[in-house]
Every structure is written in C-alpha cells, then in structure tokens.
Design a protein around this ligand. Sequence first.
Ligand code: RFL
Ligand code: PHB
Length: 395
Amino acid sequence: MRTQVAIIGAGPSGLLLGQLLHKAGIANVIIERQSPDYVLGRIRAGILEQTTVDMLHEAGMGERVQAEGVVHHSIELVFSGVRHAIDVHGLTGGKVVTAYGQTEVTRDLMDARNAAGLTTVYEASQVAVHDFDSNSPRVTYQKDGQTHTLDCDFIAGCDGFHGVCRASVPEGAVTEYEKVYPFGWLGVLADVPPVSPHSIVYGNSERGFSLCSMRSLTRSRYYVQCPMDDKVEAWSDQRFWDELRSRLDPALAERIVTGPTLEKSIAPLRSFVAEPMRFGRMFLAGDAAHIVPPTGAKGLNLAASDVKYLSGALIEFYAEKSAAGIDTYSQRALARIWKAERFSWWLTSLMHKFPDTGAFGQRMQEAELEYLVNSTAASTVLAENYVGLPLDWGH
Ligand code: RFL
Ligand code: PHB
C-alpha cells in the first residue's frame, strides 16, 4: 500500500490531522493499535479552547460541538472552604471554553473519516517506522497474521506517550524533559446532573485537590487527588462521594447529586516534553511529544494546535513545493507547548497537596489563591492562559 502521509495513532491528533489533510486533497492512512471501541472507551479530556472548536469547524465537523457543547464563561476556585468565581469571559475580552468530551470529538472524527471512505487500519500489531531519515519512509505492521508495508512521503507520529514513533528515534537525537508529580487523579463518570453546569470548579483543600466537571447537562465528571500508588478497588462509590464533598465548600457539597459511577480510573500526573518534534520525514504531534498534568485542561488542546501547525506545513509542502512550513514546525509547536507546560505546572503546584511541603506549603497556596481572586492582574493571567494563548503568540 502507498499513501502520502502515514499517520500512526487514531486518537484526536491522528484523526484530526487525517481530516484536515483529506480536506486539502492529501491522501493519508491511519494505523492504530487498538479497536475503535477501545479508543472510544477511554474517558479523558473535557474542555476545549476556542482554537480547538474552530479547528473542528474547519475540519467540517463543527455541527455537534456547536449544538451539544456547553459554553463556559467562568471557572470557580475553592480554597479555605470558600468558592470564588473567575470571570474568564470578562477578563479575556469575550473568550470562552466549551465543555465537550474527548470521546465525542473522537466519535465525530471517526464518523467523518468513515463517511469520507478513508482507510484506517485498527488492531494493527508490531507497528514499526522505517527510513524516516530518507525521502522514502515506510511503516510496517501485522494484521490478521500477515505483515503489511505502507510506503509514504511522511510519517506523522500521533501515537501518544507510549507510542512507537518517539521510541524509534536514535538516542541522542531527542532531548526529553520530565517531571513526575507525587500523586494521581481518581476520576469518576456518573449520569447525574453536574453540580456546576456553567463553570468547572477547581478545589484546593487540606485533604487535597478536587475538580467538578461535566460531559453534558446529565453527565458529570469528578476527580479527587489520590496517592500515586492508590488502587481503584480501594474506592467504593460512597467513599468517592464522601471524599469529594469533604474537599468542597459546604454549599456546593450539599448540592452534589450522587449516583452509581459508570467509570472509575486513576491517572498519574506528569509534565513531559520531547525536543525536537521533527526527525527527517517523521513528525511527532500531541501526547507523543508532550504531556501536561490535566489541571490546566491543555492536553487535547495542545494536540489540536500541533495538528494545526503540522497540517498547514504539509499542505504548504504539497501545494507550493515549499519546505518552509515543515522546517519550522517543531519550533512553532514547541513555543506554544512550553507556555502551556508552564501554566499546567503552575496550576498543578497551586492546587494540589504536596507530601513534603506541609502546613507552610498549604498557607503559601492559600495566600497566592487569595491574591489571585482579588487582583485583576493575577486573575487575568489565569484567565488568558485558561482559554488558550493565541496561535503563534509572541512571534
Ligand atoms: P492519544 O489520545 O493517546 O492517542 C494516541 C493513539 O495512538 C495509539 N497508539 C498506537 N497506534 C499504533 N501503533 C502503536 N505502536 C501505538 N501506540 C499507541 C493509541 O492506541 C491511541 O489511540 O494521543 P493524542 O491523539 O495525541 O491526544 C492527546 C489527548 O488524548 C490528551 O492530551 C488529553 O486526553 C489530555 N487530557 C486533557 N486535555 C485537555 O485538553 N483538556 C482536558 O480537560 C483534559 N483532561 C486529559 C484530561 C487526560 C487525562 N488522562 C487520563 C491522561 C483528563 C485526564 C484524566
Ligand atoms: C474533564 O472534564 O475531564 C476535565 C476538566 C478540566 C480539567 C481536567 C479535566 O482541568
């Protein structure tokens, strides 16, 4: 088989890239390790920046997010048992974020890809990338007991943090920066009305971080900080609801509607960046190149902005025979990534209980939070980062 761009991974990065390239007349094939149901079953991100929503429109699939996404004008911060609103919309000159699940984004992209009749190979094993330092790279994989080869002009590594693309780069050609946090997030999904349907609530408490989010007006997504080696089995639904309530202000705690959980999982928290993001004719995009702790809601949005830069660069290459875009892809993407890394690290540091900072650390966080909610300057810093910095900002 031959194509122009071989995309490894059918997560949001790979699917969105495939759609934008297809719209520009560039042939692409996606090779994915898992089944479609498995990919759709992963409950992850929930908050989209406007830039991400705009890209879904550009990819021709903005209808559902427009109809079903819930626009948020503010976020709320709980600390010292009191809740404070940050008017994100007012502080950013009218910008908003949209609550719309990654599962739905993925479903929309898969449907659009199927409707366009584009090839996606699911449940491919032994995926390997070859010769990306030459002009004729190749991907090999096994499917139904046979080995297949996909010849291409470019490889897009959209295969997430544990993918094969970054791992195939020769040692010494890539520099990795990493910070692992000493805790995780226990998340639950439940078909109960969200306690705060018009703003995400981020909670700092002496018992640890908590987050109240949503997937729709009838489906809630909640998280509590937990020890990194904690086990889901140790958390009955009742224990989760009690812990969540204990970390919120009394008025909100009382309003929480509980119910059986549909999903419960623990995610580790990590900051990670790999530089560069281009290796000859192979590019990395999304979680394959970088991870942020989810506190700033930036992971999926960064994946989308990488794809915006990468699709533009490839379209320019084919349309104008110019390598200018692909030559600057890594630098442009990383400029945005590092700012989102900083924001995610800062908000994580401000909101979580750290095992080694004790009561002094807690007081420092409370003092900073009080400053944050009372200073327009400080609130603006939070708001403008939360809605997402403009693409190519500062260049
Ligand atoms: P994905 O989604 O991991 O997809 C990669 C795909 O590649 C496949 N794959 C392979 N395929 C073929 N061969 C191989 N060798 C392969 N190895 C892997 C995988 O099966 C998979 O299908 O990466 P992508 O597309 O870059 O998308 C990134 C996002 O998924 C991620 O950044 C976000 O989910 C992060 N995130 C959040 N981001 C936000 O913008 N807003 C949020 O509110 C938000 N909340 C979150 C989050 C992530 C979380 N977890 C669980 C890490 C909340 C949580 C709890
Ligand atoms: C989510 O809805 O899953 C979510 C929302 C905001 C975050 C992280 C996750 O910062």
